[in-house]
Design a protein around this ligand. Structure first.
Ligand code: VTB
Length: 313
């Protein structure tokens, strides 16, 4: 089974319109309002698509999120059964402060084919590698870099690694420095960070570090089409985190997930730029019209491209 091509345009519209909705709040120092605008827009638009949709990654559990909560049914209930992972505003800091990199992101797969990730941290690694065993969460940073060098036929000095700038990544960063690897430090936004390995134009060979689990699932959907590698392992710090994971059916809390366990079968991924970032350009306004740029992937047709849209408000 595949997801029909007609849905691609519909989902590009969903994130494009959410990006435009959130754009009104760019630079207003109000993360909550910027997020809410995107959430409202996405929910409204998803409910007009002919699918039996279920949110598997969204704004949180029902007790903390009234909209796009995990388990919420969306769509007209007239069409294929689809699982949806959504991050209406990825990079709330970026939007609130008018910094590069705010995105509106959605990933869809057929029912039960998208991992139901809990709201917890995830150790992640993605690389420009289409082979298992080259980079691996169980290897040291040094081993991963040496293997990647061999695979890409490059020297460590010609490798660029993307890492989120956090104290928890000190050991990774120190090791990369010792090896002479170029580091691209990002302050936030590791959906984009993990995806920078997908095309030579971004100049990133490997992404590694700890970020949000849901963001890891979203990035996986696109990486699957780009045939890049990804692995993730959840990190549970509190008993509450563990309880939530158990509730979602995760029994082995230290399991390392391969990409093909996170996303199965066909998928569509859309990421629309709100503010310009590495992955896509942000919104441009022209005579009351908004021009958006969306990175789209569709696994079964191998589609991977940036689509421009004109959105009227
Ligand atoms: C992570 C990352 C996201 O927020 O969730 C991060 O995956 C929060 O991390 O892409 P900290 O708790 O370390 O600040 C983002 O960067 C943006 O939502």
């Amino acid at each position: 089974m595949t997801i029909e091509q007609k849905f691609i345009d519909q989902f590009v519209n969903v994130t494009s319109k959410a990006a435009v909705a959130s754009y009104s709040y760019v630079g207003k120092k109000d993360k909550i309002a910027a997020d809410k605008a995107a959430v409202d827009s996405i929910r409204n638009d998803l409910n007009q698509i002919d699918i039996k949709g279920k949110i598997v990654i969204g704004e949180g559990e029902l007790d903390e999120a009234p909209m796009l909560y995990i388990g919420e049914k969306v769509g007209t209930n007239n069409g294929p059964e689809i699982d949806i992972a959504v991050d209406p505003l990825e990079g709330t800091n970026f939007a609130a402060n008018n910094l590069p990199g705010a995105l509106s992101v959605i990933a869809i797969a057929e029912k039960n084919n998208l991992f139901h990730a809990p709201e917890t941290y995830m150790e992640k690694i993605s690389a420009k590698v289409n082979e298992k065993g080259v980079v691996d969460l169980d290897y040291s940073t040094r081993e991963n870099i040496f293997n990647l060098c061999e695979y890409l036929n490059k020297k460590p000095e010609s490798i660029t690694a993307c890492v989120m700038d956090r104290p928890r990544h000190k050991d990774i960063i120190d090791e990369l420095n010792i090896l002479g690897v170029k580091i691209k430090l990002i302050t936030d936004g590791d959906v984009s960070g993990a995806l920078l390995v997908s095309d030579d134009k971004y100049g990133v060979d490997i992404f590694l570090g700890i970020g949000g689990g849901p963001e890891g699932v979203l990035a996986s959907a696109a990486l699957d089409t780009f045939e890049c590698s990804f692995q993730g392992r959840f990190l549970f710090h509190t008993e509450e985190d563990k309880r939530r994971a158990n509730k979602m059916g995760i029994t082995n809390l230290s399991k390392k997930y391969e990409l093909d366990e996170i996303v199965k079968g066909d998928s569509i991924f859309c990421a629309t730029g709100i503010t310009s970032g590495d992955l896509v350009s942000g919104i441009i306004t022209e005579n009351n019209k908004f021009i958006t740029e969306t990175l789209v992937t569709h696994k079964s047709t191998g589609l991977k491209k940036i689509i421009k849209k004109v959105v009227n408000r």
